[in-house]
Write a protein that binds this ligand. Structure first.
Ligand SMILES: CCCCCC/C=C\CC(=O)SCCNC(=O)CCNC(=O)[C@H](O)C(C)(C)COP(=O)(O)OP(=O)(O)OC[C@H]1O[C@@H](n2cnc3c(N)ncnc32)[C@H](O)[C@@H]1OP(=O)(O)O
Length: 292
């Protein structure tokens, strides 16, 4: 495996300016700080050209603006490099992603909320319409936004039986936006989507397999990656342009929805998330998670 690019912007400055008592600018030298761990890692296999993209925001890979932004940049980088495929997974042993970072939506100023949502929209669109084959290797729980990322890939392999997956928004008193619905309907069809979404049900991996929410169940992450590689390998002899255009055609409803409704969708989010009762609900939910 060769690392092609890392998205961590290391803090390369080893000097800082501070304003002293006399208000003059002084230069202090200091040791270069240890660069922070990247929020998303990418490793491309030299032989197959397939990228393993690993969410790396402990403890639960909740999706905040910087992580989403890094993920989007990686997808764009893979597009530019005519990637042969992407496997999305997690560095955690128990959580694929806990979904949207509730802290980003709680008591946040409007400009931050807006940046958060638009980053989510564009990252989702980049993943959903990506030209290369995509597989989610779901090696842990995948509620809400974690499930959305998985549904946006073309194939889902999940480690079971103990992890769960689903769009649980209604259980939290919030509403999954139309593009979340489209994503689930793409995979489950109308009736099962209605049943799953109105109840906000989380499915165990065996239940998800039976329903078709995931395509395969395995017992560990290494097996998940191997299965994902096998899925991607089937496209080796398919002309990439024909594949890309076909995927776009099949996914046209979701792509068009987002392209045509980005501003309305943002407005819908802002109207909802800034309501007092929604804020109270998010606060209570966060407190219940922390109390566990
Ligand atoms: C309002 C407008 C409309 C919006 C429409 C879209 C809406 C939503 C999409 C979403 O994605 S909302 C997020 C929904 N996510 C969840 O419901 C999952 C919540 N988390 C869990 O169920 C569990 O954490 C877990 C994923 C099963 C993992 O359990 P584990 O026992 O391993 O870890 P915890 O102890 O519960 O958590 C550790 C630590 O992380 C914090 N945390 C968990 N999830 C989130 C989150 N989504 N956002 C922010 N923070 C989260 C949790 O509070 C713990 O914090 P500390 O106690 O360590 O401070």
């Amino acid at each position: 495996m060769a690392v092609v690019f890392r998205t961590c912007k290391s803090l390369s400055k080893n000097a800082i300016f501070t304003r002293g008592i006399s208000s003059s600018l002084r230069l202090h030298s200091q040791k270069p700080p240890t660069p922070p761990e990247p929020l998303v890692n990418v490793d491309v296999d030299d032989k197959s050209g397939v990228a393993v993209v690993t969410l790396n925001r402990p403890p639960v890979n909740s999706l905040n603006t910087p992580l989403l932004s890094e993920l989007k940049n990686i997808i764009k980088g893979l597009e530019d490099n005519k990637s042969r495929g992407m496997i999305l997974t997690s560095s955690s042993e128990t959580v694929f992603s806990a979904g949207l970072d509730l802290m980003e939506m709680y008591n946040a100023p409007k400009d931050k909320l807006s940046a958060f949502w638009t980053t989510l929209q564009s990252t989702w669109l980049a993943l959903y319409r990506s030209s290369f084959p995509t597989v989610a290797a779901i090696n842990g729980h995948a509620p809400a936004g974690g499930c959305l990322l998985s549904l946006s890939c073309e194939y889902r392999v999940m480690v079971g039986p103990k992890f769960s997956i689903g769009l649980n928004e209604t259980q939290l008193g919030i509403v999954a936006p139309p593009w979340f619905v489209i994503c689930m309907r793409d995979v489950l069809g109308h009736r099962q989507t209605e049943m799953a979404l109105t109840s906000g049900r989380m499915f165990s991996a065996p239940e998800a397999l039976k329903l078709g929410l995931i395509d395969a169940m395995v017992t560990n992450k290494a097996e998940a990656i191997t299965e994902a590689q096998k899925f991607i390998a089937q496209f080796a002899k398919i002309p990439p342009l024909a594949r890309k255009l076909t995927k776009e055609s099949v996914r046209q409803e979701g792509i068009k929805y987002m392209e045509d409704n980005m501003i309305d969708d943002l407005q819908m989010f802002m109207d909802l998330v800034t309501q007092e009762k929604i804020q109270k609900g998010i606060g209570l939910y966060l407190a219940s998670l922390k109390k566990k």
